[in-house]
Ligand binder design. Sequence first.
Ligand SMILES: [Zn+2]
Ligand SMILES: [Zn+2]
Length: 212
Amino acid sequence: VKVAALVNGRFAENTYLVIDEPTRQCAIIDPGEDAGLIQRAVEDEAATPGAVWLTHAHVDHVAGVAAVIEAFPVPIYLHPADRPLYDHLVQQAAGFGFLARAAPPPDRELAEGDELRLGGLTLRVLHTPGHTPGGVSLYGHGAVFVGDALFQGSIGRTDFPGGDAPTLLRSIREKLLSLPDETVVYSGHGPATTIGRERRTNPFLTGAARLL
Ligand SMILES: [Zn+2]
Ligand SMILES: [Zn+2]
């Protein structure tokens, strides 16, 4: 499995291409603002997209869905608890002062425990709410794609509508910190990390942040 990270748009959101190397089939996780960047990366990798998997429906993660789907007509997967956010992506963008295109409705609903398969890829859906109600993490092949739940040295914001800090901390502890230490964490912003590193050093998880 190859993971290509594309730093995308004004929010420096990470769009990921997860590529099954034998077949070159790929999933596009969180198509941010710049769909052209994604198209060029797909071409560079000689990959064939098979699905759009969304960790959550904040505009920085879904602004490119409409254009990506025009280029690659593949099914869109979203947890239903984030559907209200998804249906208001134009308004979300307006709140940040930019224009975004409404996305076509999702084709499939993600749920805890689902297995997503594409070529030789298999990722398990972990419902990790707290940053948004329908936030999910996708786990498989020694990696977990966490959206904005967990970052290197930090955790997701919970001050947006639908956010809840105790819920996010419970999601991280129960669903993410229970994964093997060597699991590579691909976040929605910033560099990759590992579960073990965050367990040991993330001040929001060790309790140190409360002392600041
Ligand atoms: Zn977010
Ligand atoms: Zn984000």
